[in-house]
Design a protein. Structure first.
Length: 91
């Protein structure tokens, strides 16, 4: 590989980090964004959705939905709670 190409690649590493932690943070952001969109749909009101997303939830071991959605398991639990709310199944 030519030296100029190597220099170009190393110069741009900071733009697109490929570390596991960066990938994990990006996935967490995607999950939280997806939950926020679903909450907005379910509550049909952005303010109510935001309030719900930021409030501790007993169904999520006392975590807020945004906190819970940082992991795959938590994301699935948040989605499950939203489906139950959407269909009127509480508890």
């Amino acid at each position: 590989m030519p030296q100029s190409e190597l220099r170009d690649k190393s110069r741009h590493k900071h733009i697109w980090p490929c570390s596991e932690s960066a990938t994990y943070r990006w996935q967490g952001l995607e999950r939280r964004t997806s939950c926020a969109c679903k909450a907005r749909q379910v509550f049909a009101n952005q303010e109510k959705a935001i309030h719900w997303l930021r409030s501790p939830n007993p169904s999520l071991a006392g975590k807020t939905p945004l906190e819970a959605a940082q992991t795959d398991q938590g994301y699935r639990e948040v989605e499950d709670v939203l489906v139950r709310i959407e269909h009127g199944v509480l508890g």
